[in-house]
Ligand binder design. Structure first.
Ligand SMILES: Cc1ncc(COP(=O)(O)O)c(C=O)c1O
Length: 397
C-alpha cells in the first residue's frame, strides 16, 4: 500500500475513492497477489484440493476451478456451489466429521473422487447406501495420530481430545471390518491442525505414516492443509517453499511412492485481502479511549472466537491513541492490536482477512453482510453485493 498526499494506493487504485463510492466496511482482494499464490501452489506438483470452508466466494471459486479443478468440501451446500460454477465435473474430496446419509447418497450419485471417512459409523453408512443403490465410491481414512500441531488450541485437530479422525487402535478394527465390506480405500488422510508454523509435528506425522505403510500402502496420501500464514508481518515464521521443501525431504526419507494430496485453505487467500473500515467515533473515560469502528465480530469473528491477531493500520490519523472495538453488543467485540493514532471517520485497514473471515461472518445484531470487491486488471469489481434488509427477513413466515 502506498500513501501520499493524493490518497492511499493499492495497485494504482485510490482506496480513499472507494470510501466515496461504496458503503464501508468492505473486503478488498488483490488479484495479482492471488495469481502469485496460485503460482507457488502449482510449483509444488502435489494434487491441490482447495478447502472451500476458508473462502467460498463464487468469483474466487471460479478462479480455482479454472486453474486447479479440485475442491475439498464439508457440506452439501459447498458441493452445490461447485456444481453451480463448474461445467465439467471437478475432483471433489468430501471431508468432515459428521456426514449425513443424504450427503453420502448425493456423493455416491456424483461419484466424487473420495469420501474421507472419520469413523467406523461412517463406513457402515457408506456400505449400506452402496449396496442399496448399487454404487461404488472410493474412500480415504482420516487418521487421528495424536500429534500436537503446536498451534492455537482451538484449531488443533490431531490430538486425542479432538473429535477428528480415527485413532490407530480403531484403524486396525476398521481395516479388519473392511476386509469383509470391501470398500475401495485409496489413501490415508491427515490434517493435524491449522496455522501450523513448525515442522516438528510433520516429522512426527511422517514417522507414523512410515509405520502404517509397513502394513498397508495406498495410491494416495492426503497430508491435509494447515500451513500458517504471517498475520504479524514482522514475526518470522516458516515460509511456504521451506515448509514444502521439508515435506519433500520427509517423502524422500521414507521412500513414499503415493501421490501426495494437499488440502490448503488459509494460505490461498488469507494475505491477498484487506478489510477497509472506518472509525465511527472515539469515546473515553478517565483512563481509556475506545475507538468504535463500523466493523464488528459479525463481519470478522476470529478475534473474538480465537483471540486472533490481525494487523491493523490507521490512515489520516489524529492525535489520540486507542484500541479498537466493534459496534456489536458484546464485550468480546474488540480487536487485538497495539494502540494506534486515530480520529473520527479515519480509515482503518485490517490485513490478512481473505480466509475464515467472510465465511465465518453472520447477521448477528441483524447486520447485513458486507461488500467484497476485487482489484482485477487495475479496475474495481464487486464480487459480493452488500446484503439488504429483504435478505434478512426473506425466510420468516
Ligand atoms: C480436513 C481439513 N483439511 C484442510 C483444512 C484446511 O486447513 P488450512 O486452512 O489450515 O490450510 C482444514 C481446516 O480446517 C480441515 O479441517
Amino acid at each position: 500500500m502506498i500513501e501520499n498526499k493524493n490518497g492511499i494506493f493499492l495497485n494504482k487504485i485510490n482506496l480513499i475513492n472507494i470510501n466515496k463510492k461504496l458503503n464501508l466496511p468492505l473486503y478488498i482482494y488483490n488479484y495479482k497477489k492471488i495469481i502469485l499464490n496460485f503460482f507457488f501452489i502449482k510449483k509444488l506438483k502435489f494434487f491441490f484440493f482447495f478447502y472451500i470452508k476458508s473462502n467460498y466466494n463464487i468469483f474466487l471459486l471460479k478462479l480455482i476451478n479454472k486453474i486447479f479443478f479440485k475442491f475439498d468440501i464439508v457440506s452439501i451446500g459447498e458441493l452445490k456451489k461447485i456444481i453451480l460454477i463448474s461445467k465439467k465435473k471437478p475432483f471433489i474430496v468430501f471431508s468432515g466429521s459428521g456426514k449425513t446419509l443424504s450427503e453420502i447418497l448425493i456423493s455416491l450419485n456424483l461419484t466424487i473422487f473420495s469420501i474421507n471417512i472419520e469413523s467406523i459409523q461412517e463406513i457402515f453408512k457408506i456400505y449400506y447406501l452402496m449396496k442399496k443403490y448399487k454404487k461404488n465410491i472410493n474412500i480415504m481414512i482420516r487418521i487421528n495420530p495424536n500429534i500436537n500441531a503446536k498451534t492455537h488450541k482451538k484449531i488443533t485437530t490431531g490430538i486425542k481430545k479432538n473429535k477428528f479422525g480415527i485413532n490407530i487402535f480403531n484403524l486396525k478394527n476398521l481395516l479388519c471390518l473392511n476386509s469383509i465390506l470391501n470398500i475401495k480405500i485409496i489413501g490415508y488422510d491427515f490434517h493435524i491442525g491449522s496455522q501450523i508454523t513448525k515442522i516438528s509435528p510433520l516429522k512426527k506425522m511422517f514417522k507414523l505414516i512410515n509405520n502404517l505403510y509397513k502394513n498397508n500402502k495406498y495410491k494416495y496420501l492426503d497430508i491435509g492443509g494447515g500451513i500458517g500464514v504471517n498475520y504479524y508481518f514482522n514475526k518470522k515464521i516458516i515460509n511456504f517453499s521451506k515448509y514444502y521443501n521439508e515435506i519433500n525431504k520427509l517423502i524422500k526419507k521414507y521412500k513414499i511412492k503415493s501421490k501426495i494430496i494437499i488440502e490448503l485453505g488459509r494460505y490461498v487467500f488469507c494475505n491477498v485481502c484487506i478489510i477497509l473500515s472506518k472509525v465511527n467515533f472515539i469515546k473515553h473515560n478517565k483512563k481509556n479511549f475506545f475507538c468504535i469502528l463500523n466493523l464488528g465480530m459479525n463481519d470478522i469473528l476470529r478475534p473474538s472466537l480465537y483471540n486472533s491477531f490481525h494487523k491493523i493500520e490507521s490512515f489520516n490519523k489524529g492525535k489520540n491513541t486507542s484500541f479498537f472495538f466493534g459496534p456489536i453488543c458484546e464485550s468480546s467485540d474488540k480487536f487485538l492490536s497495539k494502540k494506534l493514532k486515530v480520529k473520527n471517520n479515519c480509515l482503518i485497514f485490517f490485513y490478512s482477512t481473505g480466509s475464515y473471515c467472510k465465511t465465518m461472518s453472520s447477521n448477528y445484531n441483524s447486520k447485513n453482510k458486507i461488500f467484497e470487491i476485487i482489484i482485477y486488471k487495475n479496475k474495481l469489481k464487486i464480487i459480493f453485493k452488500l446484503e439488504n434488509f429483504k435478505k434478512l427477513i426473506k425466510n420468516y413466515v
